[in-house]
Design a binder for this molecule. Structure first.
Ligand SMILES: Cc1cc2nc3c(=O)[nH]c(=O)nc-3n(C[C@H](O)[C@H](O)[C@H](O)COP(=O)(O)O)c2cc1C
Length: 356
């Protein structure tokens, strides 16, 4: 029986006028959050899914690959597209493109700790430039009708409490929601997320706060909701190659998937990703997913090693299905229940972006 808090996880909430069916949000992850990942996340109970961070400069210059990130399927909604950059006017222009592509929310990245991004004045560095950060939020909020949210880290340095100062200023500038990953940028992904800061942030702002960091099961999700009063929890790494973790966080199912279920979801994911990225890009992109799906004791190590060495996606599909023959039926059911490609609105033509 679900406990009362788990029931709350399954209850709807809002960011501005956008209704979100559950309090579980699938994290934006660069190199991971493709359309197939987001659609799968929605099927497994995420109430809101997010694109990976999209470069405003790339959108501004009409970079084809960047524009490809704006392809949104009908069954992803509600969906946030996340943008990063450092110039308010360029960010505002990018936000308009994101809105035109059909996103329900524009999310701004003030959390990326990676040097390639921070050295351009974007991502987490903006936490140390509250004036500019506020101008960015104000410009973006002014540019679009959809709600604008911000995702941030606790600050740049270990022990920093900058997010507690900056967060309320961003809300004043127009942010309709905040996500906090309470690690410092310096920490990258080491140590632990300190959700005591999330609780303090919740106290300081009137908008919904999403808690991100180290949430992998229903117990942790409940603990963070209880302890912080946040509106929703976000799950990232735990869902890599593991959509079942999302159901488990919602308290719906805790069982490990069978080999057949794993094989069927993986093959579906592969087919969808090839459709989205094209065979050449997909074959490199998918390699990390093979380890994620087939690891965790689900398939023998030797089998995983063999799979990652195969050169074509088609060969991988054949080997995976041969190793779990009963997956065929499950795969057929999954494909039958998905909206067919023709029913999915790709807001931008595939041909123009080489994704098909
Ligand atoms: C591979 C990877 C890529 C990420 N990319 C982004 C990103 O593009 N934008 C962002 O706001 N956060 C990004 N994050 C951070 C996650 O959204 C999340 O805040 C963080 O992983 C902590 O949550 P978790 O413990 O549930 O993974 C990324 C994390 C990982 C592991």
């Amino acid at each position: 029986m679900p406990t009362p808090m788990v029931a709350a996880l399954c209850s709807p909430w809002r960011i501005g006028r956008v209704e979100i069916p559950t309090r579980l949000v699938l994290a934006p992850m660069a190199g991971v959050s493709v359309q197939a990942f987001r659609r799968q996340g929605r099927r497994y109970g995420a109430g809101l899914v997010c694109s990976e961070m999209v470069s405003c400069a790339g959108l501004h210059h009409g970079n084809e690959r960047t524009l490809g990130y704006l392809r949104i399927a009908r069954d992803e909604h509600p969906l946030a597209v996340q943008i990063f950059g450092s110039e308010p006017t360029v960010m505002a222009e990018a936000a308009r493109m994101v809105e035109a592509a059909g996103a329900d929310l524009v999310d701004i990245n003030f959390g990326c700790p990676v040097r390639k991004v921070t050295k351009t004045g974007a991502g987490a560095t903006l936490l140390d430039e509250p004036e500019r950060a506020s101008r960015i939020v104000a410009a973006v909020a002014e540019a679009v009708e959809v709600p604008v949210t911000v995702k941030m880290r606790r600050g740049l340095e270990n022990g920093s409490r900058t997010c507690l100062e900056v967060g309320p200023r961003l809300v004043e500038a127009g942010a309709a929601g905040l996500t906090l990953h309470p690690r410092s940028a310096r920490q990258m992904y080491t140590g632990t997320a300190d959700h005591r800061l999330t609780a303090e942030l919740v106290e300081r702002v009137e908008v919904p706060v999403i808690a991100s960091g180290d949430i992998t099961c229903a117990h942790e999700a409940r603990a963070v909701l209880d302890a912080t009063g946040c509106a929703a929890v976000m799950v990232g790494r735990a869902a890599q190659g593991n959509p079942w973790a999302l159901r488990a966080v919602l308290g719906e199912e805790d069982a490990e998937p069978t080999r057949e279920e794993v094989a069927a979801e993986l093959v579906l994911f592969m087919r969808e990703t090839v459709r989205e990225l094209g065979e050449r890009r997909a074959s490199g992109f998918l390699k990390k997913f093979y380890s994620w799906y087939l690891g965790a004791g689900r398939f023998p190590r030797a089998f995983r090693q063999e799979i990652v060495r195969l050169s074509s996606v088609e060969e991988v599909e054949q080997r995976v299905l041969a190793a779990a023959p009963d997956a065929h039926g499950l795969l057929e059911t999954l494909e039958r229940d998905l909206p067919r490609a023709g029913e999915v609105t790709l807001e931008l033509p595939i041909s123009a972006y080489g994704g098909g």
